[in-house]
Design a binder for this molecule. Structure first.
Ligand code: V47
Length: 372
């Protein structure tokens, strides 16, 4: 039974969603223009349950940011610093390996490794870092380097994107995270991140990774100076690539955090916008298996509600997040496993621990209750 639809402009969209028909650019615009959050969310939840039933996925992961030195100076970012900034840091390889081990337990299944575009760190440094991590933590999946870092390394080394990815894969990289996509619109990119690869290069780098058998994620940064048209365009360009390669696993909408950035005059996104970003993504990205409500960015409270509005993943324990906390995020830097389980269960969902490739991870619950 379909609930009463308050916003009649959504009727044609609802008809399509309920029979599994693909939505158009205009449908995406109708969804963004609508304030009928309950209808948008209801439709997204139908698709979410069709694809993922009652499961909400999470993982036990650790973020590692080897350096915050960055040549790009993006207006959206509070994390990257110039090398001469006295507060900038770059870890030695030993420090990276040590950081990976801090708080490490057999439970950790993923290291999420991203950093700035450091002019002195070449591909050999990264390859050694990944080899060293694999030697020390052979069972941990390395989800590392955004398309932007791959593009920068390739240019720096004067080698192709394909060769860059091959060399990093041979050194231990198992998949790529979804960062750096920001918003593909040229007009907006010129203002918020003009020194990094453009939208087409991001897409083509992802295509090359997928063609080499490397899975990746995708993101969109919203809540700054982009329009609804830019958002829908971004999502449809991701959908088109996914039609070609099938290499994306999950999509993560990232709300802009303005504090400590050159765009600090902009307001934070609202809960309404955050929930809409999840729900509309679930509806437009019909070929993405998963939509993640990243609790660090959305707050645990909104990420929990999002599990009824299209999301089926809440990310992981994270441990030591820097990019959002440098930009003023007030969320904790880590959540324990039992806290994630509680959030998910209270949303009426079935917590399902996964590895990075969404394979189910089974644990001995009796041992875990001792560990939490
Ligand atoms: O690439 C940077 C964004 C991204 C700000 O793939 C900002 O599983 C908001 O990509 N306000 C990094 N956003 C985070 C990211 C991510 C996170 C969780 C999971 C995965 C995954 C990927 O954060 C950056 C950039 O797009 N970002 N600065 C800021 N001030």
């Amino acid at each position: 039974m379909v609930p009463r639809i308050a916003d009649k402009s959504l009727l044609p969209v609802a008809d399509k969603v309920l029979v599994g028909e693909r939505l158009s650019f205009e449908d995406g615009m109708a969804l963004y223009r609508s304030s009928d959050l309950l209808t948008v969310g209801y439709l997204a939840n139908v698709v979410r349950e069709r694809l993922n039933g009652n499961k909400t996925y999470f993982n036990v992961n650790r973020h590692i940011n080897p350096t915050d030195v960055c040549v790009a100076a993006c207006k959206l970012c509070a994390f990257g610093k110039q090398a001469r900034n006295p507060t900038a840091y770059t870890m030695s390889l030993e420090q990276v390996w040590h950081t990976a081990g801090v708080g490490y337990s057999e439970e950790v299944s993923e290291f999420h490794i991203v950093g700035g575009l450091h002019p002195q760190l070449g591909i050999d440094w990264f390859a050694n870092m990944f080899r060293g991590l694999k030697e020390r933590f052979p069972a941990v999946h390395l989800k590392a380097l955004t398309m932007v870092e791959i593009g920068y390394l390739a240019r720096r080394e004067r080698i192709s994107i394909r060769e860059t990815l091959q060399r990093l894969r041979d050194a231990g990289v198992d998949s790529l995270p979804g960062g750096g996509a920001e918003i593909f619109s040229e007009r907006v990119r010129r203002i918020i991140c003009d020194h990094k690869i453009d939208g087409n290069e991001w897409i083509e780098t992802a295509r090359t990774a997928h063609n080499l058998g490397l899975k990746s994620n995708a993101t969109m940064l919203y809540g700054h100076i982009e329009t609804d048209e830019d958002r829908v365009d971004h999502l449809l360009r991701l959908r088109a690539l996914q039609d070609d390669t099938g290499g994306f696993q999950t999509y993560i909408p990232l709300a802009f955090h303005p504090e400590n950035t050159p765009m600090s005059h902009l307001p934070m996104t609202s809960g309404f916008q955050d929930i809409k970003a999840i729900a509309i993504a679930r509806l437009l990205l019909d070929n993405f298996p998963h939509i993640k409500a990243y609790w660090i960015m959305m707050t645990p409270k909104i990420a929990q509600v999002a599990q009824r509005f299209g999301a089926d993943d809440i990310d992981g324990t994270v441990v030591e997040e820097k990019i959002y906390h440098d930009a003023g995020a007030k969320t904790p830097q880590a959540l324990r496993r039992h806290q994630l389980l509680r959030l998910i269960r209270e949303a009426g969902r079935e917590p399902t621990e996964r590895d990075t490739l969404y394979r189910k991870v089974s644990r001995d619950e009796a041992l875990l209750t001792l560990a939490v």
